[in-house]
Design a protein around this ligand. Structure first.
Ligand SMILES: Cc1ncc(COP(=O)(O)O)c(C=O)c1O
Length: 442
């Protein structure tokens, strides 16, 4: 029998799977534990990607595995709309208690982040009786049609897939590093209300408290407060998309807690269930009850296996103090990244180090110039790190941001080992780039 290799799997993948679903790396996962992963050829990797923010509690946390195994002794599916079950209710009760703000809450469970966003929009429209939804450029809200319509980046997400659902409007996201002030973003909202639609047609404003795919840009707390005030003034809802920011990543259970702003609705998914597909919309009870019976749901929504995993995840976050741990990881990584940022040998490649807690990123540019994104270096860095045993993710509307989503259960030693690999790779690539013009000049 021929041995399974990454290359042979990649060939089969090209023949069997359409190109529309892309792969960051031609590396095929075979097994994984906590923050380490092994490929089909037995090679080990440190995982700074966490399956795109899904593994705040690491791969196969023993508590999650035990909870899932116990559930599998009972039943794997019943459909909550047919014969409901207790762990669905338990997760909803816990999310209602944990969600930001004091207003009584209700929760519906779904399977994916995009589905949570779709349902938040449905609930907002049902409650307000209004059609309009305001979102932000650079934002990402999923690949279903409404998720796409809300997403503020055309290529590769929206291109070729139109027409998009209507009544969606985009505003600039405040990013000081790229010259978009908070005042300018708010002014754009006022202009929208003057030029395009009256606020009385707007059901909701949807915002990621820290943009994820868009580049880990943190919404200033004062901006979130201003949006809250505008929503209250005009009867619009504020929807916080916490799909990527949620479950301790930013040093709080939810990123909105940093601002003290209570959203009307909040979408969550990803790290909620430690690798099992589960998503939620949690919101003010009176708003959540707007859709009529039968208007919400889904065959697999709130899978009992995923609910069991999620209950264990919430226990782990609490008992292992993962919010505090996110702050500690953030401080450790930020200190090392900032040292690299100030290292002259790296030729000003790191323009900015930013983030909240352990939701950290570095933006790669040329000569410290925010207007000159180093997308080629970013791509090369992802590939070179993988070749040396570290999985990192790129993001950003210009393709020049490296984001770090290491499991919050990783040890300092493993994180430092990963950062050593990152540093070596960055030094190799910037030295090679500096060599090139010299060789041309010879
Ligand atoms: C903020 C945000 N919302 C929604 C989604 C969509 O989630 P899913 O891929 O589970 O549909 C994502 C995924 O990256 C996300 O980051």
């Amino acid at each position: 029998m021929t041995q399974t290799t990454n290359a042979s799997l990649h060939q089969r993948r090209h023949n069997a799977v359409p190109r529309g679903v892309s792969n960051l790396l031609p590396i095929y996962a075979e097994r994984a534990r906590n923050a380490e992963l092994w490929d089909a050829e037995g090679r080990r990797y440190i995982d700074f990607a966490g399956g795109i923010a899904v593994l705040n509690t690491g791969h196969l946390h023993p508590r999650v595995v035990a909870a899932v195994q116990a559930q599998l002794q009972q039943f794997s599916h019943a459909c909550f709309q047919i014969t409901p079950y207790a762990n669905y209710i338990e997760i909803c009760e816990r999310l209602n208690r944990l969600a930001p703000g004091k207003t009584p809450k209700k929760t519906i469970l779904l399977s994916t982040g995009a589905e949570a966003v779709e349902n938040a929009v449905k609930i907002a429209r049902a409650h307000t009786g209004r059609p309009g939804i305001v979102a932000f450029s650079g934002g990402f809200h999923g690949r279903t049609m409404m998720g796409l319509a809300l997403t503020g980046k055309v290529a590769p997400y929206k291109a070729g897939f139109g027409p998009m659902p209507g009544e969606v409007y985009h505003l600039p996201f405040p990013v000081a590093y790229h010259g978009v002030s908070e005042a300018a973003a708010l002014e754009a909202l006022h202009t929208l209300f003057k030029a395009d639609l009256e606020p009385q047609r707007v059901a909701a404003i949807v915002i990621e408290p820290v943009q994820g795919e868009g580049g880990f840009y943190v919404a200033p707390p004062s901006f979130l407060k201003a949006l809250r005030q505008l929503c209250d003034e005009h009867g619009m809802l504020l929807i916080a998309d916490e799909v990527q920011t949620g479950f301790a990543r930013t040093g709080r259970l939810f990123a909105m807690e940093h601002s003290g702003v209570e959203p009307d609705l909040m979408t969550t998914a990803k790290s909620l269930a430690g690798g099992f597909p589960l998503a939620a919309v949690t919101g003010k009870a009176a708003i959540m009850d707007a859709p009529a019976p039968g208007g919400l749901g889904g065959t697999y929504a709130g899978s009992p296996v995923a609910c069991a995993a999620a209950l264990a995840v919430l226990d782990v976050i609490e008992e292992e103090g993962l919010c505090r741990r996110a702050d500690a990881i953030g401080a450790l990584m930020r200190e090392r990244l900032q040292r690299l940022q100030n290292d002259k040998a790296l030729a000003g490649a790191i323009g900015e180090v930013r983030g909240l807690g352990a939701m950290l990123a570095m933006e790669l540019v040329e000569d410290r110039d925010a207007r000159r994104p180093a997308a080629a270096l970013t791509k090369a860095l992802v590939a070179d790190c993988a070749a040396h045993g570290l999985v990192i993710l790129a993001c950003g509307v210009r393709g020049n941001v490296i984001r770090f989503l290491v499991p919050l259960t990783a040890s300092d030693a493993l994180i430092n080992e990963g950062l050593d690999l990152l540093e070596a790779s960055l030094r190799r690539l910037t030295a090679a780039a500096a060599e090139q013009p010299r060789r041309h000049a010879d």
